[in-house]
Design a protein around this ligand. Structure first.
Ligand SMILES: [Zn+2]
Ligand SMILES: [Zn+2]
Length: 90
């Protein structure tokens, strides 16, 4: 018995979401690079091993989480710069 996509009950499944295990059709299997902002700064090349197959909802969650991490990192860096300027003046 063939499996069908979680989002499209009429379309045969192609892959599974590696995060929640939902079965997905070709259209719904989203490739997601596991590299975050920090690691992509150091690794210019994207590694096939870091590629995940995610459903659209997990992809959105991963993107939000990545955006939050990048935002916090930026605040941290800005804080260090502001701190060093402050101590340079004092
Ligand atoms: Zn998922
Ligand atoms: Zn689908």
């Amino acid at each position: 018995m063939p499996k069908y996509c979680y989002y499209h009950p009429e379309t045969e499944a192609f892959k599974e979401c590696e995060n929640c295990g939902r079965i997905l059709c070709y259209k719904c299997s989203m490739s997601y690079w596991k590299t975050n902002a920090l690691s992509s700064m150091f690794a210019a090349q994207k590694n096939e091993k870091e590629k995940l197959t995610l459903c659209p909802s997990c992809l959105r969650k991963s993107r939000i989480r990545n955006a939050v991490i990048s935002g916090l990192l930026l605040i941290l860096v800005l804080g260090i710069i502001a701190g060093s300027i402050f101590f340079a003046i004092v």
